[in-house]
Design a protein around this ligand. Sequence first.
Ligand code: ADP
Length: 220
Amino acid sequence: ARKTNDSGIVVIGLGRFGCHLAGSLLQLDHQVLAVDRNPERVQRWSEQLDRVVQADSTEEGALRQLGVADFKRVVVAIGGSVEASVLTVLALTELGIPQIWARATSEKHAKILASVGAHHVIFPEAETGERVAHLIVSKMLDFIEFGDDFAIAKVRVPAAMVGRPLRELAPTERYGVMVVGAKLPGERFRYAGPDTVLERESVLIVEGSIGQVQRFAGLG
Ligand code: ADP
């Protein structure tokens, strides 16, 4: 059996998305092997990232030589060229990589990536665009949607709720949302309970359906 590199992650394509991803993985204490075919990109990132190599990732042999086959997780961060991204995913499936993450730049690209064997398809432009649209048109301060109409949001305290404990406010009965956390400026979030008293400056974490969470945020 081959020895797999369980904690390391290969990032292919050091464009704007790939380099942010590689930097964040490093901050999370994971080893990163970064691959790009452009020598200037490789040169530019060689100081910030610990291992950056120049190679054409559509070539299975090149990936094999770099030891990519020993990694459990590989992210294809190439966006601009659908062909390069798809051929890279194919090469990775040939190597038998157990977790291939691939970035799509359109719905069709996403479908192709899934059909050639990517295990996780991410679509950062679409996901960020949708999230930011929600933030712009609602009063939510932050927002994550999990599908099946369930969301968690960061919201301000509705003015009418200041100074009263959650037990009395009964947000679940009245608004259908569960208040799971609260924090004052400069403090950390704490779990909210029936005795939590909401203050004017508090920020809350609430969960519920998207409509319920938005309506609750709108009261603030
Ligand atoms: P972004 O939108 O994140 O800036 P780009 O698609 O512009 O992404 O950048 C993708 C990166 O992937 C570029 O640095 C490019 O050199 C690299 N790349 C493209 N094709 C290949 C390939 N076949 N092998 C390795 N790297 C590639």
